[in-house]
Design a protein around this ligand. Structure first.
Ligand code: SAJ
Length: 424
């Protein structure tokens, strides 16, 4: 199969880097997004998201004429769908996968599909979503045949190939990581493999669409369960007065033990979401996966309680003071170190909860943003790390950004410390 033109639907954190990397291999790429601002930005050779090295790749691809963005799908030989899959509340279940964006993307490309085209679903999806895409496309295009009815002889090939790249390392991981390729038929897998071979240096391993869907959910659930283990340990150790950081360092000396790091909770749009797709499908069986989600989702409140305890302790040791005299500084708002992404961030949630209610002075240190989010703008001042340390009574470390690792906290005037990352 010769892929002359490849279309990427959804130009976000995954779609845009994928489109740009394919274009860098001198393939014509048409990026499609409903966001006119994103489309205009990309067509100027600029980017609307933060990801190292991406600006250079997009700029070159647009300048050399291989990448173009538009709001309306155009004919292509292959379509990669990379749109969000959040969850929604439905019939008393708060975490049902929401396929609205995938359905909209399927309906948008259906009119331009032609015999011989390949459609790939990259969005993280509940098991069965690829078959659902095939059903939506077949409904919209009764003049074409699809794998669910015509097997290897179908006009259109369909596969699921989940993205697995780590934010902050996307451009490298897109090329280097292995890909799981789940075609609805063997031919679908083979053609999808050919497409990924254009830019993937890792291995392309084929399986069924359903197994590929489950593989992605499994990877993120595995990480969530392991982080929950670390977070639970941190709560246990706090109660029995043991340093969890030292404990994990020691336990990890065992050749078959590798405990992850506790923190203020699990953020981002993947690890805190995807395990629910398994729980939602098999609620009776997915007991450990559900509990891990609950442990990690409960951690921010535990940190908030710790901060309130620290303030209470300071006030009881200083009876002449009131809460108004206490300055609280939160260090970090992002969902993980060294990025500017505040979406689904436990650090932001904790900072909002503490600082919005605090009657005294509130400070935020976040070296990766130049202004506070609207939820905090009237409640706190964005300051440098030095100001945060010199002027606070209670310092709360929420994200282990590299700038915070070298701060001289012991030599500062901070009276109370709440360190959720163990770097101070
Ligand atoms: N975290 C901890 N302790 C740890 C590791 C992480 O508290 O030891 C927290 C982070 O601070 C953050 C959250 O977990 O709040 C998630 O961060 P992450 O770096 O583990 O993962 P993401 O969400 O940035 O990316 C994950 C990756 N999945 C796996 O590592 C299995 C990535 O490869 C996926 O492509 C991505 O999800 C995705 O898009 O699904």
């Amino acid at each position: 199969m010769n892929f002359e033109t490849i279309s990427v639907i959804g130009l976000g954190y995954i779609g845009l880097p994928t489109a740009a990397v394919i274009a860098s291999r001198r393939k014509k790429v048409i990026g499609v997004d409903i966001n006119q601002h994103a489309v205009d930005t990309i067509n100027r050779g600029e980017i609307h998201i933060v990801e190292p090295e991406l600006d250079i790749v997009v700029h070159a691809a647009v300048k050399e004429g291989y990448l173009r963005a538009t709001t309306t799908p155009e004919p292509a030989d292959a379509f990669l769908i990379a749109v969000p899959t959040p969850f929604k509340a439905e019939n008393g279940n708060d975490h049902v996968p929401d396929l609205t964006y995938i359905k909209a993307a399927s309906n948008a490309i259906a009119p331009v599909l032609k015999k011989g085209d390949l459609v790939i679903l990259e969005s993280t999806s509940p098991v069965g979503a690829t078959e659902q895409v095939a059903a939506w496309l077949a409904e919209a295009r009764p003049d074409l045949t699809f794998p669910q009815t015509h097997d290897e002889a179908s006009d259109i090939r369909i596969a699921h190939c989940p993205e697995r790249v780590l934010p902050g390392h996307v451009v490298r991981e897109l090329v280097e990581n292995d890909r799981v390729i789940g075609g609805m038929t063997a031919k679908c897998s083979a053609e999808a493999t050919e497409l990924y071979k254009i830019f993937v240096e890792g291995e392309c391993i084929t399986t069924t669409a359903r197994t590929a869907e489950m593989a992605k959910l499994t990877e993120n659930s595995f990480r969530d369960v392991n982080i929950a283990f670390a977070n639970e340990l941190s709560i246990i150790c706090d109660k029995i007065d043991i340093s969890v950081w030292e404990l994990i360092r020691l336990a990890n000396r065992h050749p078959r033990v590798n405990i992850l790091q506790p923190g203020p909770g699990v953020g981002g749009h993947c690890i805190a979401v995807d395990p629910w797709f398994i729980v939602s499908e098999t609620p009776e069986e997915a007991r450990l996966i559900r509990t891990a989600r609950e442990v990690n989702d409960g951690k921010p409140q535990w940190v908030i309680d710790k901060v309130n305890e620290a303030v209470g302790k300071y006030l009881s040791e200083n009876p002449d003071k009131t809460a108004k005299d206490v300055t609280i500084a939160c260090f970090g708002l992002a969902f993980k170190p060294d990025i500017d992404d505040l979406r689904e961030s436990p650090a932001l949630k904790i900072a909002e909860n503490i600082l919005v209610k605090h009657p005294g002075r509130s400070l935020v240190v976040e070296p990766n943003v130049d202004r506070l989010p609207t939820s905090l703008v009237n409640h706190a001042d964005l300051v440098t790390a030095e100001v945060g340390l010199t002027e606070s009574t209670v310092a709360v470390l929420l994200v282990d950004h590299r700038q915070f690792r070298t701060l001289n906290v012991q030599g500062s005037r901070v009276t109370m410390l709440v360190d959720t990352r163990g770097i101070w």
